[in-house]
Design a protein around this ligand. Structure first.
Ligand SMILES: *Cc1c(COP(=O)(O)O)cnc(C)c1O
Length: 393
């Protein structure tokens, strides 16, 4: 049976009761997610959460959508890619072709958990170095690496280095023509850990999700912009055919049968419940409002920092509330960025500095993640601190 999922859209500005959310957490902190015998409503709520997120990601058929809550995006990505490995192998075996040399194609802008998948689940990776200055994966690059043994291609909706978005629609077009011309049906897994709760609200017209035919699975970190605490992620498959049945365990537990696709047995239920609470309490309108406000703050911070004259931006604060900045001449040498990061930490700002994964040149950047709890005061304060530090050079 297919449950009806729907997002509330309030006519008035929704009011968020943080205290009620905290009270809910305290009540459920002892609940084990696997203990559905004691808490039969948990699975219903879990499915509702998946349905809500599926709607955000434009799943073509809500009744075919399938997914699971995880501990974070790392588990979600590994489980998603594992399903693609099994699907690829089954297709190869059915057509009596060798199935012992799978590969996975990814940019070197991916999160470390993609490399982890490659190592732990024994699928050699073909890592594409991203272009000079642009930390994104493009269709042209992907075209050179894929073959009949490619189990999946990575696409990131906001990478960890520059928060830029890969060319997902173009890569989808490429894979569609490859499917038509050569018969290779290569899936895209979209890593929407960061962007999954931003883009659907701020740029609903942007095509990156299940509207694209080759996008077969997507992960999101609910504990990033989904407004819950660590650790919760979600993995979604566009339909049941993408998740091989042999990977889903029917666990017989206390007289109930649970269908489970995950790496863990016991885990806390609290974040799944809190996520559902937030969906009900805030509705789409509430999330949209928070997202737009957060982007507005990120843009305000960006203009303040650019006005100091010390920085240029690598990220695009139009899309995600994350600023990745590099220091301009005469402060472009990497040591300045590292020192600024250290000096900011002395003033209790956590602004990491790191080098972009570029092969051709070294670009040392600083990253500021603007969350919904940022205030305009904080923007003034950090700008003042940065100016004070920089005038000492
Ligand atoms: C944070 C992040 C991950 C890992 O997510 P967790 O929820 O921390 O496991 C994966 N990919 C990207 C792009 C991320 O930003």
């Amino acid at each position: 049976m297919c449950v009806g999922y729907f997002w509330h859209d309030f006519t008035q500005t929704p009011v968020y009761f943080a205290n009620s959310a905290e009270a809910l957490l305290q009540q459920v902190v002892g609940q084990n997610f696997i203990d559905q015998f004691a808490y039969p409503i948990l699975e219903e709520i879990h499915q509702q959460v998946i349905g809500h997120i599926g709607e955000l990601f434009n799943a073509p058929d809500k009744c075919e959508l399938i997914g699971t809550a995880t501990v974070g995006s790392s588990e979600a990505i590994m489980l998603g890619l594992l399903a693609h490995k099994f699907t690829w192998r089954r297709q190869r075996e059915q057509t009596r072709q060798p199935s012992d040399r799978p590969n996975i194609v990814m940019g070197n802008n991916v999160h470390v958990c993609w490399e982890k998948f490659s190592l732990y689940f024994d699928v050699p990776s073909r890592v594409i170095p991203v272009e000079t200055n642009q930390c994104i994966l493009t269709a042209d690059q992907v075209a050179k690496e894929i073959d009949e043994n490619t189990i999946a291609v990575s696409c990131v909706l906001g990478n960890t280095y520059t928060a830029q978005l890969d060319e997902i629609a173009n890569i989808n077009d490429l894979l569609l023509s490859v499917k038509q011309e050569r018969g290779w049906d290569i899936p895209i897994h979209v890593d929407a850990a960061i962007g999954g709760f931003i883009t659907p609200f701020a740029h609903p017209e942007l095509q990156w999700d299940f509207r694209l035919e080759q996008v077969k699975s997507i992960n999101v970190s609910n504990h990033k912009f989904g407004l819950v605490y660590p650790g919760m992620g979600t993995l979604l498959f566009r339909d049941r055919s993408v998740l091989p049945e042999e990977l889903v365990f029917d666990v017989s537990y206390m007289g109930n049968v649970l269908s489970n696709y995950g790496l863990n047995f016991s885990r806390p239920s609290a974040m799944v419940l809190l996520q559902y609470y937030n969906f009900l309490r805030l509705g789409k309108a509430g999330y949209r409002q928070i997202v737009l406000e957060t982007l507005e703050k990120a843009q305000a911070l960006e203009s303040k920092l650019l006005a100091t004259g010390y920085f240029e931006t690598v990220s695009d604060s139009n899309y995600l509330p994350i600023l990745v900045l590099r220091l301009k001449h005469p402060y472009a040498h990497p040591t300045f960025a590292v020192e600024l990061s250290q000096k900011l930490r002395e003033r209790h700002w956590v602004v990491p500095s790191y080098a972009l994964p570029l092969t051709t040149n070294t670009i040392q950047v600083l990253r500021l993640v603007v969350k919904q709890n940022w205030t305009f005061d904080m923007i003034e304060l950090i700008t003042k601190d940065i100016e004070e530090i920089m005038t000492c050079y």
